[in-house]
Design a protein around this ligand. Sequence first.
Ligand code: ZN
Length: 359
Amino acid sequence: MPGLVPEIAVYRFGEPGQGPKIYIQGGLHADEGPGSLVAHHLVSLLSVLRPEAFLGEIVIVPVANPIGLGQRLLGSTIGRFSFEDGRNFNRHYPDLAAAAVAALGDQLTSSGAENRRTIQRNLRELARAIQPSDAVQRLKAELLALAIDADFVLDLHCDTEAEMHFYTLPALLGPLMPLFQRMGAVAVLTADASGDHPFDEAVSVPWMAIRQAFPQWPVPQGGVATTVELRGQGDTGPEFHEADALAVLDFLRFKGFLAGAIPDLPAPTCNPTPLDACALIPAPASGLLAWLRPLGAHLTQGEPLACIIDPVTRAETIVPAETSGRLFARTNTRQVAVGQRLGKIAGSVPLRAGILLGP
Ligand SMILES: [Zn+2]
């Protein structure tokens, strides 16, 4: 609108083109504060390092969604869905995979380093050529253009009430494992396509499509992206975001973005599980939600995990665990409607197909 121009503040460290590139953003869902706080604290930590400490390029966007942050309603920020059309800010990103494969054509060679630069240049050009149709599409295109040529991408989110968990593609588990270990992941949920093309997949999928389309040439593993779920929306104290920023800093050392001793990694705290095996626990009734089991509980299928109470009819409905596994996320509302998703259990037996993420 006239006079109203959202800005994305970008913090850059290291030399572009020198060494690997990592892109880190927080607040894509604008009502999720922990990611912006971790990004903010990371900027503080990096700002005091000497230039020679940077062995790669680090790009940080602490507030990725100024449009969503401006969506205030009756004292609350509505930062997950656009007021314009109700769409989730982390869905329906442009898919550049086919265009990237077509554009690369016969440009690749036997040099992996050269191919990396060629792929990065082509992906940047494709992202910059996106013609957005409205302000939200423009925001998505800008963020994708900042991230698409990165070797690693961390998209910092949080759930409502939750423990530390991650989403990524199965093929990217290896390079991301140090991050999961250092940050203390209790769940890592993997899918080749989670549905509706969120930001991390919009970065990862073109790189994977290029590797598959040109098996005769060395194609480096770029676009290693993960959605980091930094516990719950209320977990904004320094004991969380300062510790998480230090953990990301160690990951940067581990992956050669920063000079210095490579830190020891703690042992893995979970085994990755398929996203299609993650139970979303639909409410079987409407009423007041009383949790019977805490976050982190290890549930057995069928075990009561919550009760929904209707004080009008006096009905009490037990909510059973849909699968066996760890209860790693719970809704923070206590007045629930039938069908509403109440939480997440990291199970190991496939339960669902199609669109695997919640709305
Ligand atoms: Zn989010």
